[in-house]
Design a protein around this ligand. Structure first.
Ligand code: TXA
Ligand code: MG
Length: 317
């Protein structure tokens, strides 16, 4: 099992030795390594069982440092960075050669972000290299939002988990790239499209495409629990299964036909941020119940509801 603690200094030492450390961020926990050390980066792919064609996000603690890892910064990228960094925003920008090709899976852009979490920022400030960090889950499974989630799945493969408590946002960062300097959203996430549009005007969203070469990680099977999950046809489900064997994830209220113990409500007050924060932990809880199938209700398609629905659809695929 991994050690769990809040030793920033210890995490720093391990990372400087090329080892992996799970780190907290405001979105989800990351599996971090020195992004400039190819062997260390390689071990991220091995531990996660992640294909090397799926590139990694690099993390740093200031816009100034971030500029060392890219070769240009379109005006709208700078506006978004100023508005949302630190925060749940990842920008795809032209890669500087100091970033190994392994990090970007050979792509010419690199994904960069500044996490808004005090421990992560404290750690990043002590390092003289950026951290490559995908979500700290086995490839294809639900992302972790607590140190215990990381321990349960990767604990036997890593030395240390830096415990920063429960992630405050709870879903991954929004990924924005640029097509001819115009922003394109490639992954819906912790910053709503509406918030992005407030800063840079109307943006294109390509997050639902699965054959999108710019975001090879946007595979349909992402975010899946082990149990089958379905987002439609509750009536059909109730006909085909004993109601004791159905788990339910709903937005604001329980479903009368299913035992309450099998149900999780994302936000009784219909608050999107609260729903996002609870999403992955509740999916894990439902996955662990003695049910045969999970029914998830889609949220209104606005604000973080879009990002949550995107994950539910992928989990259902
Ligand atoms: O909130 C987050 O972004 C979390 C925390 C730990 O920072 N990280 C995260 O990483 O979600 P990961 O590896 O689970 O997802 C990163 C996504 C992948 O789908 C990957 O394909 C995409 O970002 N990506 C990374 N670099 C890219 C690049 N250069 N071009 C296009 N897509 C990229
Ligand atoms: Mg991930």
């Amino acid at each position: 099992m991994a050690m769990i603690g809040n030793g920033v200094k210890y995490a720093q030492q391990l990372l400087e030795q090329g080892k992996l450390v799970a780190i907290p961020t405001e979105t989800v926990y990351g599996l971090a390594a020195n992004a400039l050390n190819e062997d260390a980066v390689l071990s991220i792919f091995e531990v996660k069982n992640r294909p090397q064609f799926d590139p990694l996000i690099i993390h740093t603690d200031s816009i100034e440092k971030l500029q060392h890892f890219v070769t240009s910064f379109p005006e709208k990228a700078l506006k978004l960075a100023t508005a949302f960094m630190p925060g749940p925003l990842t920008l795809l920008l032209p890669k500087n050669n100091i970033i190994p090709d392994l990090v970007t899976s050979g792509l010419e852009s690199v994904a960069v972000r500044i996490p808004k979490h005090p421990l992560a920022l404290e750690l990043l400030a002590t390092l003289d290299f950026p951290l490559a960090a995908p979500s700290a889950n086995p490839f294809g499974y639900i992302s972790p939002t607590t140190a215990a989630h990381v321990q349960a799945q990767l604990g036997d493969k890593i030395a240390y988990i830096l415990d920063g408590g429960e992630c405050s946002v709870g879903i991954e960062s929004t990924i924005v790239g640029f097509d001819d300097e115009q922003p394109v959203v490639y992954r819906l996430g912790g910053i709503a499209v509406e918030e992005i549009e407030n800063i840079v005007g109307v943006v294109k969203t390509m997050a639902h495409s699965t054959s999108n070469p710019q975001a090879p990680g946007m595979l349909k099977s992402h975010y899946a629990p082990r149990k089958p999950l379905t987002i439609n046809n509750l009536e059909e489900l109730l006909k085909n299964y004993d109601s004791q064997k159905i788990g339910v994830l709903s937005f604001d209220k329980t479903i009368p036909e299913v035992p309450v113990a099998n149900q999780r409500i994302l936000s009784p007050t219909r608050n999107f941020s609260e729903a996002a924060k609870n999403l992955f932990a509740y999916l894990r809880q439902l996955d662990a119940l003695d049910v045969a199938v999970i029914y998830a209700e889609l949220l209104p398609n606005q604000n973080l509801g879009r990002a949550i629905n995107d994950r539910l659809r992928r989990a259902a695929a």
